[in-house]
Design a protein around this ligand. Structure first.
Ligand code: ATP
Length: 520
């Protein structure tokens, strides 16, 4: 789907999230000290905790909570014939076009909608007596005002016109609808297919024969292991194989923070089921399983914190569907950049297994003992981007509240997803007995959940710091604690405090974490 302006506004801007993520150690630009590498991001100490928690929540729900899915981890580098069979070598491409303007920027043609524009010529009028037209320089823009802005940003310097007096003149009758660079106003070249797979070489000799691909999706790892998993785990249809891990795509225009990057993480399931004609009375067919997975995955997003009204479904039309696909539903989320795909759920029919049978010559059919026949199963594929999922959870968790005269920023992340579960503070850091008690409690809590100790600011500031990173519980050890062996436990969302015996804190927080997992 194209990245259009949001019809419904998200409550937080991308800039706000990017800045919080950088400042608080969630996500940094990749290779930043070398001015970065486009389309890459590094997860910092808190970001990786969040991502691990998202991954684990997905794994629990897809594998441990069910009895019909097995997990695997396949190699990122696969025999290149895999990608021939899957169709990626021949067809995994995006339409690429270049601006003929000075920026030479590249665009995905489907990300640049046609617009009505007029051509403006650049006339150097520094010498009034002999105005000079700058050859081959035409700026396409919807208005003269816009053309002027574009000229100053992109054309003036490269054309060596800085400091010269210049006027822009409309080319009579040039107005038309076409594809122009939204940045430098240059004409765009005709789109050409650009394969998105990144390559590398295996072995010491860099030659074509040794070329391999960095996988563009994790799915093929499940297809090539279908027979291994089915026979080793003695599985009958229907059953699924799931994995999560890195995928790589040479995206033409990586953008919007971790929404579209060149290296990203996917969490995918291939659910093998009986095609309709092989189903007996009462058995679910592929259409019903597809519906089941759309609902199951939607509930997962809501359970872990996305607001239901921030999710919607886009059903691909017949023209948009891949030729082998029977149905595909994109679960879209209201990101700060507008409604965009978060997860896709497709009915891939028997296409992939049949392709691998053809290419490998191996029989990947399933033997149905009850029907006493072989057939190729159908496949339902829910495919989630883990980074997009982190961005979605951060978006809906981000809250600004007015607390008396103060703005409180709080990440209301689901407790299972929060990077740190508990923070412990001594009320006074110059009282060694308090510090020792708080440190001892921290060590005790760490054995059960991620806990940090902090005494580097006043208590109010310490609370705000933890609110901003989504820590559900803060525990304060105060002067009375030395007498009554009790501490204060503060809840992130309600800011309510309860006083508990120090030996009860661990059990209390564990019970609260457990309750959150069970009920939401
Ligand atoms: P898009 O249309 O946004 O390019 P897609 O339809 O090609 O995505 P799929 O191949 O269905 O995506 O991949 C499944 C999921 O992987 C997507 O729903 C998305 O969450 C995630 N994903 C795909 N490409 C990227 C990327 N470049 N960066 C981050 N996540 C991605």
């Amino acid at each position: 789907m194209s990245e259009t302006a949001p019809e419904q506004q998200c409550h937080v801007t991308l800039d706000t999230l990017v800045s919080l993520c950088k400042r608080r150690g969630f996500i940094f630009p990749g290779s930043e000290i070398y001015d970065g590498l486009a389309g890459t991001y590094d997860y910092g100490p808190l970001g990786i905790e969040l991502k691990r928690n998202v991954r684990e929540a997905w794994w629990r729900s897809m594998i441990h909570d069910r009895d019909d899915v097995e997990g695997i981890e396949s190699a990122i580098l696969m025999n290149p014939r895999t990608w021939k069979a899957s169709g990626h070598v021949d067809t995994f491409s995006d339409p690429l076009c270049d601006s003929l303007g000075p920026s030479r920027k590249r665009y995905r043609a489907d990300h640049v909608p046609p617009m009505e524009a007029t051509a403006f010529e650049i006339i150097d009028v520094s010498d009034e007596a002999a105005p000079r037209k700058v050859d081959d320089a035409q700026i396409w823009a919807p208005s003269k005002k816009k053309a002027k802005e574009i000229y100053q940003a992109y054309w003036e310097k490269p054309l060596g016109l800085s400091g010269r007096r210049v006027k822009l003149e409309e080319v009579a009758g040039s107005t038309r609808v076409g594809r122009f660079s939204p940045d430098d106003g240059g004409l765009l070249t005709e789109p050409r297919a650009f394969n998105l797979m990144l390559t590398t070489h295996c072995g010491p000799v860099v030659e074509t024969a040794a070329q391999v691909y960095l996988r563009p999706e994790t799915a093929q790892g499940m297809f090539v292991n279908f027979a291994n998993v089915q026979s080793s785990m003695r599985r009958k249809l229907p059953f699924g194989i799931a994995q999560n891990g890195k995928s790589f795509r040479n995206e033409i225009t990586p953008k919007n923070f971790i929404f579209r990057t060149r290296e990203f993480e996917q969490a995918e399931l291939e659910f093998f089921c009986k095609p309709g004609e092989e189903c007996r009375e009462g058995e679910m067919n592929d259409d019903q399983w597809w519906e089941h997975w759309v609902e199951y995955r939607t509930n997962w997003h809501v359970r872990y914190g996305l607001k239901r009204e921030h999710l919607r479904f886009y059903h691909q039309t017949k023209e948009e569907l891949a030729h082998y696909s029977k149905a595909c539903c994109d679960i879209e989320f209201l990101f700060p950049i507008g409604w965009q795909e978060l997860e896709g759920i497709a009915n891939r029919t028997d296409y992939d297994l049949k392709q691998h049978m053809k290419e490998s010559g191996k029989d990947l059919r399933y033997f149905d003992a009850e029907l006493n026949k072989h057939y190729v199963p159908y496949v339902i594929e829910p495919a989630l981007g883990v980074d997009r999922s982190c961005l979605a959870f951060l978006t809906d968790a981000y809250t600004e509240e007015q607390v008396r005269d103060d703005k409180r920023v709080v990440l209301k992340l689901h407790r299972d997803l929060a990077p740190v579960k508990c923070a412990v503070f001594p009320l006074l850091k110059n009282k060694p007995e308090l510090v020792a008690m708080a440190e001892k409690l921290t060590l005790d809590l760490k054995k059960k959940f991620h806990t940090v100790y902090d005494d580097t600011a006043a208590i109010g500031k310490l609370y705000r710091r933890q609110d901003e990173i989504g820590t559900p519980f803060c525990v304060t050890v105060d002067v009375d604690s030395l007498e009554d062996q009790a501490v204060t436990v503060r809840d992130r969302d309600t800011m309510q405090q309860v006083r508990l015996g120090i030996d009860k804190v661990r059990g209390h927080i564990l019970a609260e974490l457990q309750a959150a997992r069970g009920t939401q």
